[in-house]
Design a protein around this ligand. Structure first.
Ligand SMILES: Cc1ncc(COP(=O)(O)O)c(C=O)c1O
Length: 414
C-alpha cells in the first residue's frame, strides 16, 4: 500500500514492524464513528476498523467492566470465574441458536477458526474415523493468519510465499453448488472432516453472497456425509448483517459457529467457538486443549458488556434498519458510477467492487479523513468495504457517501 503523504506523525516510523510500511495517523481517542488523531483530526471510521466496531468508539462503560475484574489476575482456563460464566450465559441465552450450549473462548478470529478446524478433526477421530482430516474451504475466502487457517482459505495475496507450510485442503467455488458436490465425491467423503464457510464472504470477496440454493445443497451434503459445517462468523457475526449471525439469512445450518471481531466490539481481543450439543457430547471426556488466554477475564467482562449494550440499545435491529438506508444511499450514489462494478451486502456490511485501484481509493479517502477497508482476492481484484459502527447517524451516512464519492472521483480517470 502507498505511503500516506498527508500525515507523517513522528510516532509512526518507530511503530512500524516493517521498514517502508504505510504511514498512518497516531490515534489517541474514539468518539462514536470517529477516530481522533493526535493533531485533533476526526477520522470517519467507515469500516469500524477491520469490520470490528459495532457499538462505536469511546464507550467508557466497556473499559469499566473490564477494569472491575482485571485486578484478580490470571486463572487457568478450565476454572470458571464470574466473568467467564456471565459471557457464556449471555451468549447461550441471547445470541446463539438453540442447541448451542457450549462455548470455547479464544483471543480472536484466527484462534477461533483454527480451533474449529481442530474441533472438526477431533470430532471425527472421536467417532473412530481417523481417515477424515480434510477441511473444505471456498474460493475466495479468508479465515485468518495461522498456518491452518491460511491453508483452508483462498486469499492469494495473504498466502503468497507461505504455500509450502500449508496443508492441501480442497477448495470449492463460492457460488457453484454442483461443483461443491463434485469436489466432495472426488475427494471422498470418508476423508473429509469439515467444511468452513463465510456466510457472506468478507475480506477476500467484499460481501459476495451465494444463493439460497447453494446453501441448501451445502447444508444437505454436510448432513448426509456427517461433515462438520463450520460458519465463520468472525466478520458477519454479532449483528453485523442485521441479524445475530449471518448464516441466519440463508438455509445454512451450521454445526459450529465461530466468532471474533464484533464480540469484543474492538475493545478487547476476544473470540468464541460454539458448537452444537451433539458435537460436544461426542468429545465428552477426550479433552480439548485451551490457549493460555482462553477466557481471559478482562476480555470476557468487556465482551459481555458489549453484547449487553447491543441488546439495551437494540443495535442489531439498528444495523438492519439504518444499514438498509446506508445500502440504499450507496446504491443511489454509486449504482451508475463507471468506477463501481458492483455494490453488495446487507445490514452494516457492504462491498463496492471497483474498476480502479482499491489502495488508491483507500488513500484518497484517508486524505479526506475517512477510513474504508481494502478487500478482494481472486475473482474480486479491487474492492473496498463499508461497514461502520451500528450507531452511525443519517447525517454521518451522508458524510460517508460524499467522502467516498470524492475519493473515487479523485482516483478514477475513466
Ligand atoms: C471471516 C474471517 N475469519 C477469520 C478472521 C481472522 O480474524 P483475526 O484477524 O481476528 O485473527 C478474519 C479477519 O479478518 C475474518 O474476516
Amino acid at each position: 500500500m502507498a505511503r500516506y503523504s498527508w500525515t507523517m506523525s513522528s510516532n509512526t516510523d518507530r511503530y512500524a514492524f516493517l521498514p517502508g510500511a504505510a504511514q498512518y495517523p497516531t490515534i489517541v481517542a474514539g468518539d462514536g464513528v470517529f477516530l481522533i488523531a493526535d493533531d485533533g483530526r476526526r477520522i470517519l471510521d467507515a469500516a469500524g476498523g477491520a469490520i470490528v466496531g459495532n457499538i462505536g468508539w469511546g464507550r467508557t462503560e466497556v473499559a469499566a467492566a473490564a477494569a472491575a475484574v482485571m485486578s484478580m489476575g490470571y486463572v487457568v482456563p478450565l476454572w470458571p470465574t464470574p466473568s467467564r460464566l456471565a459471557l457464556r450465559d449471555e451468549l447461550v441465552q441471547h445470541w446463539l441458536p438453540e442447541g448451542f450450549n457450549h462455548v470455547f473462548f479464544t483471543s480472536g478470529g484466527s484462534e477461533s477458526t483454527d480451533s474449529a478446524i481442530r474441533l472438526a478433526r477431533a470430532y471425527q477421530v472421536a467417532k473412530g474415523r481417523d481417515s477424515r482430516w480434510k477441511v473444505l474451504g471456498r474460493h475466495p475466502s479468508y479465515h485468518g493468519m495461522t498456518t491452518g487457517t491460511m491453508a483452508v482459505a483462498s486469499h492469494s495475496a495473504r498466502q503468497k510465499g507461505y504455500e509450502p507450510l500449508l496443508l492441501p485442503f480442497p477448495k470449492v467455488p463460492w457460488d457453484d453448488a454442483e461443483q461443491v458436490l463434485k469436489v466432495i465425491e472426488q475427494e471422498d467423503p470418508a476423508t473429509i472432516a469439515g467444511f468452513i464457510v463465510e456466510p457472506i464472504t468478507g475480506a477476500a470477496g467484499a460481501c459476495l453472497t451465494a444463493s439460497d440454493e447453494y446453501w441448501q445443497v451445502v447444508t444437505d451434503a454436510c448432513r448426509e456425509h456427517d461433515i462438520l459445517l463450520i460458519a465463520d462468523e468472525v466478520m458477519t457475526g454479532y449483528g453485523r448483517t442485521g441479524l445475530n449471525f449471518g448464516h441466519q439469512h440463508f438455509p445454512l445450518v451450521p454445526d459450529v459457529i465461530v466468532g471474533g471481531k464484533g464480540l469484543g466490539g474492538g475493545y478487547v481481543p476476544l473470540g468464541a467457538v460454539a458448537a452444537r450439543d451433539e458435537v460436544v457430547d461426542t468429545l465428552r471426556g477426550s479433552g480439548f486443549m485451551y490457549f493460555t488466554f482462553t477466557g481471559n477475564d478482562g476480555a470476557c467482562a468487556a465482551g459481555a458488556k458489549v453484547l449487553e449494550i447491543m441488546r439495551r440499545e437494540h443495535l442489531v435491529e439498528r444495523a438492519a434498519s439504518t444499514g438498509a438506508h446506508l445500502g440504499q444511499r450507496l446504491r443511489d450514489e454509486f449504482g451508475q458510477h463507471p468506477a463501481v462494478a458492483d455494490i453488495r451486502g446487507r445490514g452494516m456490511f457492504y462491498g463496492l467492487e471497483l474498476h480502479c485501484s482499491r489502495d488508491a481509493v483507500v488513500q484518497a479517502a484517508m486524505e479526506r479523513d475517512m477510513w474504508v477497508y481494502p478487500a478482494g482476492s481472486g475473482p474480486v481484484a479491487d474492492a473496498v468495504m463499508v461497514a461502520p459502527p451500528f450507531v452511525i447517524t443519517d447525517a454521518e451516512i451522508e458524510l460517508l457517501v460524499a467522502t467516498l464519492r470524492a475519493a473515487i472521483d479523485a482516483v478514477y480517470t475513466g
